[in-house]
Design a protein around this ligand. Structure first.
Ligand SMILES: [Zn+2]
Ligand SMILES: [Zn+2]
Length: 333
């Protein structure tokens, strides 16, 4: 977050803050932010401003904690919305098999509901994440800038450490979210989507999204990681969340990769059967925890679509109890 804030301050936010809270408070400029700052305890009062660019002087300098908290909140919210729609649309148009929307368990107006649930969840999630990002910005994390500090070997290996640490933590957080009380009050909205689309990737209760993001925040306070690398990994995490929600079995069942990597096929099975494949990137935690379910062609939800179409309109409308006759046809045929 410190990299993004620095960039945003330089190109956008210095201008905005100079307008919102100018150093010389004019009678026309909005004074509610100044009054708000004055009403805060001494610790939160703005420090004396440092004039670094004459034309962009705000009474709230970059180092002022309240300014940072506002900036970080807006950057996170905007960034989340942009990445969600960017990755969601790319996956929806280029990866997601649209025949899946004819599945008997696919809800009416589901994509609209997924998007609304996500948009409803983002502000709450952002507020909860803000203290972590603020901690990074104020230099309390172990993010580092200089490559000499830990060397190239650590730099190259740290993404693996990042993935293994966050994957294992998310496995247990996700598994606990399936405990009856937490499931009912927190995780259930994400399982409304039996046949998820890429837009379901962030469609959950704000507490659910926050809980599953905790390992990423915790990581930078426990382990050193180069700050640009961390930013790239954070973007990748969002992309992966979208990718595993495309409801597809993109890799065949005899693939060796599929034994170790938690693919969309695994997460599709999680949405279909609830109590298997809790992992995010790898399958090792599911293997160790006894919750691994291998993707098999016979479990492909597209078979239900074919079956429902063959059985006629009564099944296509959700009557899954009718006899099932499956004729498999792959996406590429
Ligand atoms: Zn999911
Ligand atoms: Zn779940």
């Amino acid at each position: 977050m410190d990299v993004v804030l620095e960039f945003s301050d330089h190109y956008i936010l210095d201008h905005i803050w100079a307008k919102l809270v100018p150093l010389q408070q004019s009678t026309e400029s909005p004074a509610w932010l100044t009054r708000f700052a004055e009403s805060l305890p001494t610790f939160f009062q703005p420090p004396p401003p440092t004039v670094f660019r004459e034309e962009l002087v705000s009474a709230w300098p970059r180092s002022y904690i309240i300014r940072q908290m506002f900036s970080v909140t807006w950057i996170t919210l905007l960034g989340t919305v942009i990445l969600y729609f960017l990755f969601g649309c790319l996956s929806y148009y280029f990866v997601f098999d649209h025949r899946m929307m004819k599945h008997p368990r696919f809800l009416k107006n589901q994509i609209k509901m997924e998007i609304w649930t996500s948009l409803w969840s983002f502000p709450g999630m952002t507020m909860l994440m803000m203290p972590w990002f603020e901690g990074e910005v104020r230099g309390h994390s172990r993010l580092y800038h200089n490559m000499d500090e830990y060397g190239w070997t650590y730099f190259i290996l740290s993404p693996l450490l990042f993935l293994l640490f966050t994957d294992y933590c998310i496995y247990w957080i996700h598994r606990w979210l399936h405990l009856p009380f937490l499931y009912k009050h927190v995780h259930k909205p994400h399982h409304k989507w039996i046949i998820p689309t890429p837009f379901a990737s962030h469609a959950f209760h704000p507490l659910d999204g926050y809980a599953q993001s905790l390992p990423y925040h915790l990581f930078v306070f426990l382990f050193p990681i180069q700050r640009h690398l961390y930013l790239a990994l954070f973007g990748m995490v969002n992309l992966w969340s979208v990718f595993i929600h495309d409801s597809d079995m993109v890799i065949s069942s005899n693939s060796q990769v599929e034994k170790f990597i938690n693919t969309p096929a695994h997460h599709t099975l999680h949405h279909l059967y609830f109590t298997c494949n809790y992992g995010q990137y790898f399958t090792w935690a599911d293997h160790a925890g006894g919750s691994y379910r291998p993707p098999e062609p016979a479990l492909h939800p597209l078979l239900e679509v074919v079956s429902a179409e063959q059985a006629g309109p009564h099944q296509a409308n959700g009557d899954t109890a009718a006899p099932r006759k499956v004729v498999w046809q792959s996406k590429d045929e």
